[in-house]
Ligand binder design. Structure first.
Ligand code: F42
Length: 328
């Protein structure tokens, strides 16, 4: 098992560098930085992290193929790989329609776009001239002018076809989920894609990119997770809610509370214990460890502690280091 941590650069980059260094000293293997246009830039953040850490791997978690051309992404992540002495990982996913609508970018064929971008980016990594006449990605003789090195490519994926594609082409997959029930399904879909491509499913690092909240006091951990879980419920397909026995009608109520900024209602009971259980790894170190063991049994190979990590981020990183990573 490897352990990763996610940071959202809604915080200043130097603050994230401080947390990333702390995570490295606590034994984390990977740091993943999210990419949304309205936060700090993912590659600037990773460059600063590269200069402030020594061994932790540095990934985009995840960037997308719509706001940056495949050649630009190849150059950006190769720069991070060079600055960090070979520690870069490219995490790529198609992003979401609402964001691109707001930016005036049409979000066509997300699966095809992801697949063709991975193929083009891998071709750029070879240093050779790239010619690709895809449906979504067309490259005519572009070529990198410096060595990229060997950079793994992970996909951000949840849907059945995307998970299958990850099994076919990716080195790893970052799955936004926290519960064994979701991974039972996902692991099968990844394996079926891998088999289709003649690969051993074990070649694919299966990461639980989870809402994580740890504290010695369980109620504090739960309270810190509530708002993140509310957003997950509001954005989940009905099928996923039904899989966890959650009333689909609650999704609209929670969505409305989020839209109104009514966080009091979310904190005061709208986000139920069942929702916390379905959509987060949450509680005391022992609670988190038990959930992690269940995930590992099903085939998850990397745990990524995502937002909020805990009511006190610094304390949470140290708790994970001491009570979970240190006990591996
Ligand atoms: N998105 C961001 O924008 N920034 C982030 O930092 C970020 C982090 C992140 C971390 C983990 C993670 O799992 C996801 C993350 N995401 C982030 C979201 C990510 O970018 C993707 O939006 C998300 O993972 C994709 O969700 P999905 O796997 O459900 O895929 C969508 C596109 C989907 O509909 N998939 C379908 C499926 O079954 O898998 C397939 C759809 C399909 O086949 N489409 C065809 C095609 O070619 O695209 C077209 C079909 C037609 O009829 O036209």
């Amino acid at each position: 098992m490897t352990f990763g941590i996610e940071f959202v650069p809604s915080d200043p980059v130097l603050k994230i560098a401080h947390y990333a260094k702390l995570a490295e000293t606590q034994g984390f293997d990977n740091v993943w930085i999210t990419d949304h246009y309205n936060n700090r830039d993912v590659y600037s953040t990773l460059a600063v992290l590269a200069m402030n850490t020594n061994s932790i791997k540095l990934g985009t978690g995840v960037t997308n193929p719509y706001t940056r051309n495949a050649a630009v992404t190849a150059s950006s992540i190769a720069s991070i790989n060079e600055i960090s002495g070979g520690r870069a990982i490219l995490g790529l996913g198609p992003g979401d329609k609402a964001t691109f609508d707001a930016m005036g970018i049409s979000w066509d064929k997300p699966l095809t776009m992801t697949k063709e971008s991975i193929s083009a980016i891998r071709a750029f990594f070879t240093g050779k001239k790239v010619n690709q006449d895809g449906e979504m990605v067309k490259i005519s003789g572009a070529k990198m002018a410096f060595k990229a090195g060997s950079i793994p490519i992970y996909m951000g994926a949840q849907g059945p076809k995307m998970l299958e594609l990850a099994g076919e082409v990716a080195d790893g997959v970052l799955i936004n989920a926290s519960h064994p029930k979701d991974f039972e399904v996902a692991v099968q879909q990844i394996a079926s894609g891998a088999k289709k491509a003649g690969r051993d499913p074990k070649e694919v690092d299966v990461a639980a990119y989870a809402c994580f909240s740890i504290d010695e006091k369980p109620e504090k951990a739960v309270n810190a997770a509530k708002v993140v879980v509310a957003f997950i419920v509001a954005g989940s397909p009905d099928m996923v809610l039904e899989r966890h026995g959650i009333d689909v009608a609650a999704k609209a109520d929670i969505g409305a509370a989020i839209a109104k900024g009514d966080f009091g209602s979310l904190m005061g009971g709208m986000v139920t214990t069942e929702m916390i259980d379905a959509f987060s790894i949450c509680g005391t170190p022992a609670d988190c460890k038990a959930r992690i063991n269940d995930l590992l049994d099903i085939g998850v190979t990397q745990i990524v502690a995502g937002s909020p990590i805990g009511p006190d981020k610094e304390k949470a990183i140290k708790l994970i280091g001491k009570e979970i990573i240190g006990q591996k």
